[in-house]
Ligand binder design. Structure first.
Ligand code: CP
Length: 322
């Protein structure tokens, strides 16, 4: 089956989060991403499904993986990509998020890929523009393409998602990656555990449909997937743990803790990693157990699929010209 032939209706103009997507829709996004994994491993990668479309990357927060892979994804589909540098834009002169969005909208882009430090900001922006909007991470709310690439990695390595026991460990309270993964993995039938010190758990953690653990040893016991999270010190105001040393001792992933999971348990981390803080360097680089590099590879395929699927929903004529 070719990548172009696999397109099915996707009844959403934007991708703002995983919450609310059906198992069928998530499955379709993953199936479409799968076709691009093979495309990306060939010497000739170009596909023309974004020909004539303009994609603007608008990142109000730093990024290596997400921004680069969206740019690469759009270019591999022959779209035109603009990376707007917020640091040198009129945002620095006081222009608001909405005025920035309206200004970009007046230039008729087809897709805006937006990362913003405030939860809900990307949805707000999506209500003001005519184009499709992809949430590339909003505050501690959602990071949908990260959850999709994590799910694709798991599905390829384990052959399924349903029935797996997946432990998401670390700074849950500040993590949009955790939220999107909880929505996706529970929707697809996985048994999800969240593991963190009490101070790094959301107040309503027991309402997420997951099992909650404050002891790594119990949380990792017999699990199929260990998904570690970065300590997001930039979002912390006050003290959440006594010291980095103590955090690593109780919640950092080393071989002693890995041994509590199933012998073939997969180790994941969305990046960027803090080596020696939430994960031991040797564990992170253990190519027999760690899928961290593969997650990055899957990111390009997922973003190609998301761009293609949303672009297929765009009208062929800009509604402002009618
Ligand atoms: N995982 C992730 O979102 O990484 P970046 O911040 O580098 O995009």
């Amino acid at each position: 089956m070719t990548a172009e032939a696999a397109i099915l209706p996707f009844p959403h103009r934007h991708l703002l989060g995983i919450e609310g997507l059906s198992p069928l829709e998530i499955g379709h996004l993953l199936d479409q991403s799968e076709t691009y994994v093979e495309v990306n491993r060939q010497a000739e990668k170009a596909k023309s499904s974004l020909l004539g479309r303009t994609i603007v990357n608008l990142f109000f927060e730093n990024s290596t993986r997400t921004r680069t892979s969206f740019e690469l994804a759009a270019k591999r589909l022959e779209g035109d990509v603009i990376n707007m540098s917020v640091a040198t834009s009129s945002v620095k002169k006081g222009e608001t998020l909405i005025d920035t969005a309206m200004t970009l909208n007046a230039m008729h882009p087809d897709v805006l890929v937006v990362r913003h430090p405030d939860s809900g900001a990307v949805k707000l922006l999506s209500e003001k523009v005519n184009c499709a909007v992809i949430n590339a991470g909003d505050g501690s709310h959602e990071h949908p393409t990260q959850a999709l690439l994590d799910a694709l990695t798991i599905r390829r390595r384990k052959g399924r998602i349903a029935g797996l026991t997946i432990a998401i460990c670390g700074d849950i309270v500040h993590s949009r990656v955790a939220r999107s993964n909880i929505h996706l993995l529970t929707t697809m039938g996985a048994r999800v555990r969240i593991v963190a010190p009490r101070t790094l758990l959301p107040t309503a953690a027991d309402r997420f449909g997951v099992e909650v653990f404050t002891d790594m040893r119990e949380g990792l016991d017999g699990c199929d997937i260990i998904m570690m999270l970065r300590l997001q010190t930039e979002r912390m105001h006050g003290n959440f743990f006594p010291s980095i040393r103590e955090y690593f001792k109780f919640f950092g992933l080393d071989y002693e803790k890995v041994a509590l999971a199933k012998p073939d348990a997969l180790i994941m981390h969305p990046g960027p990693m803090n080596r020696g803080v939430e994960i031991d360097s040797d564990v992170a680089d253990d190519f027999g157990r760690s899928a961290i590099r593969e997650q990055v590879e899957m990111g390009v395929a997922v973003r190609m699929a998301v761009l293609q699927i949303l672009a297929a929903n765009l009208p062929s004529t800009d509604p402002r010209n009618l």
